[in-house]
Design a protein around this ligand. Structure first.
Ligand code: SAM
Length: 230
């Protein structure tokens, strides 16, 4: 069965056909389960381009004992589940209860448990963690161009990204890993430069986040920077 989404405004549109919810299993280095359904925002409940990050998380953390990971703007929880699959102590930060419920269902479908769920504004959570002196071995962040925290806090990527990076830089342990995606106008090189203004990397890579069609066609969805700090 196929369906096609036609966008009518920046945030909504229509599907040509309704589909009953369905489930998929990601069969990479570790199995992850996702419960999917079509939404009026075009999303279906998984971002396949993120699978390259899940593999990065598996290999970064699987030999690290008692690692702590933080997933900001976490939505479906793909990265949270990847960290949990390799026994990391993961904190999942998302503004919306409904989306946290969906991520919990994905955790259950992945045969995992004990993700720490935080319904919080991502930037405020980072600032609170800095005050509490917390440190992490992996921080993942996938901030949208604009958004809202649970109490209506405004998030605007362009004006707040540097503040977020500055906060995150204070939460990184030595040799910690960081993964950052953005979807709006910031090139991979610019994103890397903005990170390097606050973070000293031992190794770092940047490029486009790619969805690959079965035909082999590639579709870039945004910018990606990831690496290990000194
Ligand atoms: C681009 S999506 C992240 C997708 C994620 N990488 C995944 O694989 O599911 C951005 C998420 O950030 C959330 N969000 C937006 N503003 C937020 C805020 N101020 N604090 C916390 N989460 C926020 C949105 O609800 C959305 O779920």
């Amino acid at each position: 069965m196929t369906t096609r989404f036609t966008q009518s405004s920046a945030n909504s549109g229509k599907w040509s056909k309704q589909l009953t919810p369905w489930a998929i299993s990601y069969g990479g280095s570790h199995k992850l389960g996702f419960n999917l359904s079509i939404s009026q925002f075009k999303h279906i409940g998984v971002f396949p381009e993120q699978s390259s990050n899940w593999e990065y998380i598996f290999s970064a953390l699987q030999r690290k004992r008692n690692s702590k990971a933080l997933n900001l703007f976490a939505y479906t929880g793909g990265a949270s589940l990847a960290a949990k699959a390799v026994q990391s102590d993961i904190t999942h930060v998302e503004a919306f209860s409904q989306l946290i419920s969906k991520a919990k269902e994905n955790m259950e479908s992945s045969g995992l448990k004990d993700v720490r769920w935080m319904k919080e504004d991502a930037l405020r959570y980072v600032q609170k963690e800095v005050k509490r002196g917390k440190k992490y071995d992996l921080i993942i962040m996938d901030p949208p161009s604009w958004g809202r925290g649970p109490k209506g806090e405004k998030w605007k990527l362009e004006s707040q990204l540097d503040e977020l990076i500055k906060g995150v830089s204070q939460l990184l342990n030595k040799k910690a890993y960081i993964i950052v995606n953005t979807y709006s106008g910031i090139s991979p090189e610019q994103l890397k430069e903005r990170l390097e203004n606050h973070i000293s990397f031992g190794s770092v890579e940047c490029g486009n986040l790619i969805v690959e069609a079965t035909s082999g066609a590639e579709f870039s969805t945004g910018s990606l920077v990831r690496g290990q700090v000194k």
